[in-house]
Design a binder for this molecule. Structure first.
Ligand code: S5P
Length: 276
């Protein structure tokens, strides 16, 4: 059965990769294909937003950018990890690695943030070629982590198109023990397909650039609705930031709860329509 006609739960049972399996299982359990991108700079807002949206079982996983947090303190990671256990969600640090293998291995394992030690999933630009995967894999695979490649971007004028996207897909297929899927705008099964491509391939598609009330921002971001992303383009997860916590620097917890539930419902209904 095609991936877009299978349930998340069925795909979880078949999936050989532990990080992908955990992601699919949690989506099914929480009935949520929403990933909230928590792009706030205050540590307390960061933890509050995550506590509120995940406490409601709304979101999974939470996408973080720990490099934008003011006065980053490693204890924040302990609190984030505790929340992830308490509320049953995976953490996706949207680090977008883009350097040579040796450097990304150090950036992933070390420094102030030690991303590999707490983030279940991270992502990388394919621009350096397959060595970026080898570098990250040397750190992440023994820890059971998963990697997403940025095969496409949501922004106007993105260069990640055509043969660049095709190479990203080939790189992912060659490292499917560690690469669990893509940041992309559509499914990738038919991209760069050849005789060696397995029919059992299940590379997940996590899709940013999702908004119900707006079609973009003033800095090149482009939004589509959950229905366009999940139903029409067959993607697996919607990544939503400002559509949920707004643009103002004051985070209103009640508004965040309501918006998160609205996006969760829209994402899940689009998925149920796809299955029907
Ligand atoms: O192509 C991309 C890839 C990513 S990961 N376009 C994106 O917007 N993102 C991320 O998704 C971006 O870094 C931000 O964290 C989130 C979208 O946020 P929003 O506020 O525009 O919904």
């Amino acid at each position: 059965m095609s991936l877009t006609r299978s349930t998340y739960g069925e795909r979880a049972k078949r999936h050989p990769n532990l990080a992908a399996k955990a992601l699919l299982e949690t989506i099914e359990r929480k009935k949520s294909n929403l990933c909230v991108s928590v792009d706030v700079t205050s540590p307390s807002d960061f933890l509050n937003v995550i506590d509120v949206v995940d406490g409601l079982q709304n979101s999974h996983p939470s996408q973080t950018h720990v490099d934008i947090i003011e006065d980053f303190d490693p204890s924040l990671i302990d609190r984030l990890t505790n929340l992830s256990k308490k509320h049953d969600f995976l953490i996706f640090e949207d680090r977008k690695f883009a350097d040579i293998g040796n450097t990304v291995a150090l950036q992933y394992s070390s420094g102030v943030q030690k991303i590999a030690s707490w983030s279940h999933i991270t992502n990388a630009h394919p621009v350096p070629g397959p060595s970026i995967i080898t570098g990250l894999k040397s750190v992440g695979l023994p820890l059971g982590r998963g990697l997403l490649l940025l095969a496409e971007m949501s922004t106007k004028g993105s260069l990640a198109t055509g043969s660049y996207t095709e190479e990203a897909v080939r790189m992912a297929r060659a490292h499917s023990d560690f690469v669990i899927g893509f940041i992309a705008q559509r499914r990738m099964e038919d991209v760069a397909r050849d005789d060696t491509t397995s029919d059992k391939e299940d590379l997940l598609i996590l899709t940013p650039g999702v908004g119900l009330e707006s079609r973009g921002d003033s800095m090149g971001q482009q939004y589509r609705t959950p229905e366009e992303v999940i139903l029409e383009s067959g993607c697996d997860v919607i990544i939503v930031g400002r559509g949920i916590y707004g643009k103002s620097s004051d985070v209103d917890v009640q508004a965040v709860q309501a918006q998160a539930e609205k996006y969760r419902r829209a994402g899940w209904e689009a998925y149920e329509k796809r299955l029907a």
